[in-house]
Design a protein. Structure first.
Length: 686
């Protein structure tokens, strides 16, 4: 039997050597890494030159990943809370044995009443199949805990692609280099999809036209030929307006529509109600911008769309993705390998992944625990037991996430986490905002210290991450922590004794050869170059589905809620700061020094109307809350829209708050996702 308390061991290598790795973060690029180790210490991290999409290049964040691993504030031993949750946090170190004994005893007591009172909370702090939801899923299935609806980032777009194409599938990344027109829609690719930008920039050098569609004038917009700065949440109206022009000018591929699209007549009737003038009024752009964009899209071939998740974080985000995804079906752009659309490639991996083997749903033994939406955790932690909701949440196990910083409407999230009767365990690298409110903090390994395997949502390669160094201090991989917690709970199933390598070998079907993956570091899926040239979408009948797609207005906008807009007239979006990834890397000083401090970008007209000067401390507020930050008068903001750059840790921001102080918990039209960018605020001098 494996010794569950044995630390991970590595071969003793004194001389410099290279270890194959993979970036674990929530980014479509999923880069292949080459990690140089000398005397047991990482001395350099580079992109793998032989990996097709990484091609030797890394973003600033990941190139400094060793700084994060060796950070002086790294958690290196278990900590137990010794202060109240409504006062400055104080913890004392304890042994792993003491921590596991106490945690398991508390969980057993709660589970004896109702295991659904225990909730896991995790997301994409690592995208790895092992350290993400591998052993942890087995643990919570065996326990019968509440299940988590993991919606906080992409589920509206995922539901939309599934409804339209049958799965989360699209173009293959390298062929954007051959496109003659690329619409970069809702994506700051230079900051958040660097390797796509490499292909787009190659196409640009060879004569392609690049158009950025985004409320913010991003760094990517700076490099495109045209920027269309529409109002937040109006992307679906713009897509319908483009369809209107395709119809009235007969820029349609009638043969492709007839063979490969269902619901066209319904969609056509809907689109004819959206002439450019109506679109311009809703989107806050000009009618000529609508006409010109439609003309470019119809007459430039091959035309490609790189859609990203920012535009689906509004009430109508799912429908907006559906409408944009239908555009290449109407023009026949899918006939070319350099035409079509990419939002996510994750669905291509579905036939090759063996998630049931990793997660073991049979451990539920017929139970059907409730499903709790992670995007409404603020409300859910404050609910009492009820027939509708079920038992009150009594215990929370948080890993790969920092909900106190990243979840919407954070005043409620903080209040919920401050409950003295809530037992909270956090697996972490650092004392985040969430760890500050834990009862126990358990030190987890970083990507450099454990084994994992990865898929991607931006390309179609499987990657392996080998451990480069032994765990620092008393840190353990998530897999090991859940193994040991399972042992402490008395779970005797053999699956809890499987090693990480055994898990990795179970993660994929036979088409992914594990030894070949380990030898090269990555393996490409065997896929067609132009996947939908002849239709054959992964829908039940092989046709793209257009029925039901429509524009859905924001919850909060001047048009949909004029009374609210009279008090809070500015629409706010909260895109990520360039040098952070969600709330990761915020505590890396070199990156924080580049970023500076929490900012809200305002257009000069909006600043002048409020008497605000560049650099002034301001209060961004609405009925939900208020936060302090620095004002930057910037051409990156369009009139009527402010950009609250996030996601800073609350305790590192002015006044101990961040941009989620003012976001709300209402969900999108599809996919049950949060509406972060569907938010009205006012800004005043602090």
């Amino acid at each position: 039997m494996q010794d569950l308390l044995a630390p991970t061991s590595l071969p003793d290598r004194a001389s410099p050597h290279i270890v194959k790795g993979a970036c674990p973060h929530d980014c479509p690029d999923t880069c292949a890494l080459r990690i140089t180790v000398d005397q047991g210490r990482v001395i350099k991290i580079q992109g793998a030159a032989d990996h097709p999409s990484t091609h030797g290049a890394l973003c600033t964040k990941v190139s400094r990943y060793a700084e994060r691993t060796y950070h002086e504030e790294r958690l290196l031993q278990p900590l137990k809370r010794v202060s109240r949750k409504d006062e400055a946090p104080r913890f004392e170190p304890v042994s792993w044995a003491e921590a596991l004994a106490d945690i398991s005893a508390r969980l057993k007591t709660i589970a004896a009443r109702d295991p659904q009172a225990i909730l896991p909370y995790s997301y994409a702090g690592t995208m790895g199949l092992l350290q993400g939801e591998g052993m942890s899923a087995r643990f919570f299935n065996k326990l019968g805990a509440s299940q988590l609806d993991r919606t906080i980032c992409a589920s509206a777009g995922a539901a939309a692609l599934t409804a339209t194409y049958g799965h989360r599938v699209g173009m293959h990344l390298p062929y954007f280099a051959e496109s003659r027109l690329i619409l970069i829609w809702g994506s700051n690719s230079i900051a958040s999809n660097l390797h796509f930008w490499t292909y787009a920039n190659k196409a640009k050098r060879e004569g392609a036209k690049l158009i950025c569609i985004d409320p913010r004038k991003t760094e990517t917009a700076d490099k495109c030929h045209q920027h269309i700065a529409l109002l937040p949440g109006t992307d679906g109206a713009l897509a319908l307006g483009l369809m209107h022009e395709l119809i009235v000018h007969d820029w349609l591929d009638h043969d492709y529509i007839a063979r490969h699209v269902d619901g066209w007549e319904e969609l056509k009737a809907r689109a004819l109600n959206w002439p450019p003038e109506a679109v311009a009024e809703v989107c806050g752009i000009t009618a000529e911008e609508v006409r010109g964009l439609a003309r470019d899209y119809a007459q430039t071939k091959p035309a490609a769309i790189r859609l990203n998740y920012g535009m689906q974080r509004v009430r109508g985000g799912g429908n907006a993705v559906r409408l944009v995804a239908l555009l290449p079906c109407l023009t026949g752009a899918w006939r070319s390998r350099a035409g079509g659309l990419l939002l996510s490639s994750s669905g291509w991996f579905a036939p090759f992944k063996n998630m049931a083997a990793l997660e073991r749903p049979e451990l539920l033994a017929g139970r059907q625990p409730r499903l709790t939406n992670m995007s409404t955790i603020g409300d859910d932690l404050l609910r009492e037991a009820s027939p509708e909701f079920g038992p009150k949440i009594e215990a929370l196990i948080v890993y790969n996430s920092n909900p106190v910083a990243v979840a919407p409407e954070s005043p409620k999230v903080v209040k919920g986490f401050q409950r003295e009767d809530l037992f909270t365990v956090v697996l972490e690298h650092f004392m985040t905002d969430t760890a500050d409110l834990a009862d126990y903090v358990l030190p987890a390994t970083t990507q450099l210290e454990h084994l994992d395997v990865h898929t991607s949502y931006g390309h179609t390669d499987v990657l392996i991450n080998e451990p480069a160094i032994a765990p620092i201090g008393e840190a353990k991989p998530n897999t090991q922590i859940f193994r040991e917690l399972a042992a402490a709970m008395g779970f005797e199933d053999e699956c809890f004794r499987e090693s990480d390598e055994q898990l990795a070998r179970q993660a994929f079907t036979a088409e992914i050869d594990f030894e070949a993956l380990r030898a090269q570091g990555w393996q490409s899926l065997p896929l067609k170059e132009a996947p939908f040239a002849e239709g054959r979408f992964p829908t039940p009948n092989g046709r793209a589905q257009a029925a039901g797609a429509d524009f859905v207005a924001n919850y909060e906008s001047r048009r949909s809620s004029p009374e609210l807009a009279a008090r809070y007239p500015l629409a706010m979006i909260s895109p990520p700061a360039r040098n952070f990834l969600n709330s990761s890397f915020v505590n890396v000083k070199s990156l924080r020094d580049i970023e500076g401090e929490p900012l809200v970008e305002l257009h000069a007209e909006d600043a002048a109307a409020r008497g605000l000067q560049d650099g002034a401390m301001v209060r961004v507020f609405n009925d939900r809350g208020s936060y302090l930050c620095r004002a930057r008068i910037s051409p990156r903001a369009r009139p009527g829209v402010v950009n609250g750059l996030g996601v800073w840790w609350r305790k590192l921001g002015a006044g101990g708050s961040n941009v989620n102080e003012v976001t709300h918990q209402r969900l999108t039209d599809m996919g049950r996702a949060p509406s972060f960018y569907d938010c009205l605020v006012e800004v005043k001098a602090a």
